[in-house]
Design a protein. Structure first.
Length: 144
């Protein structure tokens, strides 16, 4: 009987806590992080920032490979666009192209972002030296 009373008391405390909107948002944010896997961990933001800050530098390709190995492809549109510049990783570029097309259908970007992607894919289709990247760009254009 005492354990039932303690469970009831704990539940009331939780219910009261969830009535506080700021506390409820905090709990929901923490719960969401659990479902995000490695991307929900605190070091993810640092690793993402490290990747983005290395864009245009020699370390970009290495940082991209490390990030993708640890977390998978990024979720941010702008970071995915950066990854299209990986000339030494055509396999990764093809995956990025597919992910960008998926994002267009899941959460449509702004019209300028979409036009930018289409332009970038047209250029990649014509100028990329890797035939797999050319093919992925062409297929993506037909899917947009």
């Amino acid at each position: 009987m005492a354990s039932q009373k303690n469970n009831f008391k704990s539940r009331n405390t939780l219910e009261k806590a969830l009535e506080d909107s700021s506390l409820k948002r905090h709990y929901l944010k923490e719960a969401e992080k659990l479902f995000m896997g490695p991307k929900g961990k605190p070091e993810h933001e640092n690793d993402l920032r490290k990747l983005e800050n290395s864009f245009g530098k020699k370390s970009f390709s290495r940082n991209a490979a490390e990030y993708v190995k640890k977390y998978g492809l990024p979720d941010k549109w702008s970071t995915l666009i950066m990854l299209l510049e990986l000339k030494d990783r055509p396999d990764l570029v093809c995956d990025v192209i597919d992910r960008l097309v998926e994002l267009v259908s899941e959460q449509p970007p702004s019209s300028s972002e979409l036009r930018g992607l289409e332009s970038r894919l047209k250029i990649m289709k014509m100028t990329e030296s890797d035939p797999d990247v050319q093919e992925a760009a062409g297929e993506a254009l037909s899917r947009l």
